[in-house]
Design a protein around this ligand. Sequence first.
Ligand code: HSE
Length: 438
Amino acid sequence: MEPVKVGLLGLGTVGGGTLTVLTRNANEIARRAGRGIEIAHAAARDYNPASIEGLEHVGRIGDDAFAVVDDPEIQIVVELIGGYSPARELVLKAIANGKHVVTANKALIARHGNEIFAAAQARGVMVGFEAAVAGGIPIIKALREGLAANHIEWIAGIINGTGNFILTEMRDKGRDFADVLAEAQALGYAEADPTFDVEGIDAAHKLTILGSLAFGIPLQFERCFTEGISKIGALDVTYAAELGYRIKHLGIARRSPGGIELRVHPTLIPERRLIANVDGVMNAVLVKGDAVGPTLYYGAGAGALPTASAVIADLVDVVRTLTTDPNNRVPHLAFQPDELVDTPVLRMDEIETAYYLRLSALDQPGVMARIASILGEEGISIEAIKQKEPGEGETHVPLVMLTHRVIEGRMNEAIARIEALESVQGAVMRIRMESLSG
Ligand code: HSE
């Protein structure tokens, strides 16, 4: 049988990796897919031919991505350009032209996925996006297929490798934030705009997708709470460790009585949890299903070959529908399109979590009691308190507290009241805390 003809948009890190893996593993992939896969037409503006293995097998390379999506020979378009535009226009045009699409573009799916899936459904084509979340970890397949029997209760994931790499290097080697970020950029892990990594936007894109797959709700990126790691100081990393915790930048999606929580923020988690020990650029996603219990998925969340692994898995799925298994269509968002529900995504002040608080308080009788009484009046129960030694000649001391779970709105009130005390200097550092117990 003739190989399936694929159009490739982008020959950057992931595009190059995809060609490399398709070339190296061509026979094995064809045996799985039922047909060979040929990159018949590629488009790229900037690429380094010397660094790409398998480039000689590409039928035609140009610089016009729209020429690829309009090429009548092409059956599947692989979009690896990234960003919102022109990726959205290209993908919609490919769908309108009756082509299946595979993309690694989390920003595109998180923001425009509802529109894209509706168009694909109407045209009877598939859109694969396994590579959009956690790189090489097959988390979308796990949620959509492997865990289909479960009522998903919550998901907690380290889903940005760059952020995890930065936090790990700061903790282990005391390295400077900017220096670690530059290394992640050189290794090809960081986004084109690295604030997407550091401020949690990239993780929020991925969490939005996971939340929809878990709970059967439309994609709502704009409702995802996002806080980055740029305010985490070396002090917090040290104090968290003294209390038996690690700080991780987590994406959390949870079904709670009033609705669904979708939140990305630095989080203290007990150091004995497996996920607390996921270091460097690695990703991990912990999923709690009611039947299966907790399950943990670990692997490379970025990089050329791991991401290519996920892109090609989607390609194989699509090729199977063209050859051996034409009726096997798994719904894009795991639930049948007319079964998506409008369960609200909660505002951040409605969610419930525990907290680590660090503040600088005047070293004087009654100050600790005043702070504790504000917390008590707001219905906040203290789990642990640590007062550090004052520095030489210092009038203020660092005070660290862990609290039990409370609604965030109550904590906001308490923090505002504590910050208004004359005996408290500066802002209160607040890091949310989750036990992640199964
Ligand atoms: N910038 C992302 C990360 C790449 O660091 O995880 C993969 O989406």
